[in-house]
Design a binder for this molecule. Structure first.
Ligand code: HEM
Length: 233
């Protein structure tokens, strides 16, 4: 049966094309290969649509709505740890000079797997001042830092003040070796921070990451705290 079919096919190929089956199938394979190569040079109009749909769904997945900042009040550094991103239902919080900022909007920086995830749920004052990623520097203790480091820290604080909502403070315990005064609380400025400049005086952009003081003076925090007066506890 199969042999009969093959015979009929061979005859048909010869009758219609004048070619032997071997030449016919070789030509067919070559034509297919050429088609594949050439069609690859031109994108199908549907490719763009598909790519766009994929990109859109990726963006939609990534751009989950960011919940409004919630005030946490005064909490201990142990309590702050629960906001390190390990629980996706909780906001991402980070502290500078005992002031807690909601950095949830920058999950790509501070969320799990992010380049700055180590700062989440902690007071990163010393690390930021020293531009250090070392564990020992993940502390609010800024004792013994030099003027440039303190200035860098000041710039970070301005950046965070302008970009993120302040949602609380970290309780200063006896074990805290240092109590850095935040710019938002000038009355508590200590001797160590006496050099701290006002936003107007600060030298602009020594550090590529750091916001200009002009942007920092915009008191986003006050707006944010006015908006979200919900107390967590
Ligand atoms: C090779 C060195 C580094 C490079 C190339 C780098 C690069 C960057 C870039 C491109 C951004 C994003 C800026 C933006 O879009 O706003 C960023 C943000 C940031 N960097 Fe770095 N960085 C470096 C080192 C460091 C170090 C040493 C620290 C601190 C220890 C640091 C702390 C941060 C922080 C906290 C942010 C996020 C600021 C925010 O929340 O807006 N970086 N960095």
């Amino acid at each position: 049966m199969a042999i009969q079919l093959w015979q009929t096919l061979k005859e048909a190929i010869h009758a219609y094309t004048g070619l032997s089956p071997v030449v016919f199938f070789t030509a067919l394979a070559l034509a297919f290969a050429v088609y594949q190569v050439v069609s690859g040079w031109f994108a199908s109009p549907f490719d763009d649509v598909r790519r766009h749909q994929r990109a859109r769904s990726a963006v939609e997945e990534e751009e989950l709505p960011i919940p409004p900042p919630v005030q946490v009040g005064e909490i201990t550094k142990e309590e702050l740890k629960q906001y390190d991103g390990s629980d996706p239902s909780k906001p991402l919080l980070m502290s500078i000079k005992h002031q807690i900022y909601d950095v949830t909007q920058s999950r790509m920086f501070y969320g799990p797997g992010g380049p700055y995830a180590l700062f989440a749920g902690k007071d990163a004052s010393r690390a930021l001042a020293k531009m250090s990623f070392e564990d020992k520097d993940l502390t609010s203790d800024i004792s013994g830092l030099g003027p440039f480091e303190l200035e860098a820290l000041q710039d970070w604080e301005y950046k965070f003040m302008s970009k993120y909502a302040k949602v609380g403070t970290v309780k200063v315990t006896d074990s805290s070796q240092s109590e850095p005064a935040s710019v938002s609380e000038p009355a508590e400025t200590s001797d160590r921070d006496a050099h701290v400049t006002t936003p107007e005086e600060t030298v602009v952009d020594k550090n590529a990451h750091v916001a200009t003081p002009e942007t920092a003076v915009v008191d986003k925090n006050e707006e944010a705290s006015a908006e979200s007066d919900v107390k967590k506890e």
